[in-house]
Design a protein around this ligand. Sequence first.
Ligand code: HEM
Ligand code: HEM
Length: 184
Amino acid sequence: MTFRNTTRAWGTLSKSLHWLIVLLIINQWFIASRADALPLGPAKIAALGWHKSFGITILALAIIRLVWRWLNPVPSLAGVAKAWERVLAGFSHFLLYALIFAVPLSGWMMSSARNFPVSWFNAVQLPDLVKPDRGTYELMHDAHGLLFAALVCVALLHVLGALKHHFIDRNDVLKRMLPFGGVK
Ligand code: HEM
Ligand code: HEM
């Protein structure tokens, strides 16, 4: 396993970023559900503070991931998948990237519009993205939930695609993204 990608396999950094972001997104759902179940008070505000900080972390990791992708070869699906599968994979990857930016940005805008400043683990104070405004808050609140639902749907199709490659087509597409897939 190499640190950088090759034209055949994902490197350690790309794989680590992929799986770290997946775990953090699942964690975001758990924290949001916990915050939702709490009455208004310090515990709810603290839970939302964790949700916002982890959400900003996902945004930062998504930026690193795109920069790293641009600096590295991208493992090819040519010869592994059919043309229509490659188009579908490219489109769904584009949507997944767009959503891992749009979900945290809509959350950040929601908080700014509600006049709740956003910090990263109380260590870095982040600027407000929009001015306080009730209408913008409601719009971003709905957008945050809908974009998350869209992310779940596209991610499920993405998982089905990965499983099809592994169990039906029996190629290395899933193995080359697994931490110890052994594809060089
Ligand atoms: C990829 C990152 C993120 C994911 C997957 C995510 C997911 C979610 C989910 C599933 C909910 C509950 C659904 C709902 O109430 O509509 C939620 C609520 C919330 N999120 Fe996020 N979120 C992310 C990032 C952020 C960020 C960066 C912020 C702010 C800086 C944020 C602020 C909030 C707030 C304030 C709520 C509670 C909304 C309410 O009052 O009902 N989120 N998020
Ligand atoms: C929230 C969940 C997920 C998100 C947001 C996500 C996102 C992405 C993105 C954006 C790519 C494209 C990488 C690039 O071209 O730079 C990718 C690749 C990949 N993902 Fe995921 N993923 C998720 C979950 C999963 C899961 C659960 C699996 C396994 C069952 C998986 C398997 C793969 C595989 C095998 C690739 C490589 C495809 C190829 O080599 O062309 N992903 N993922």
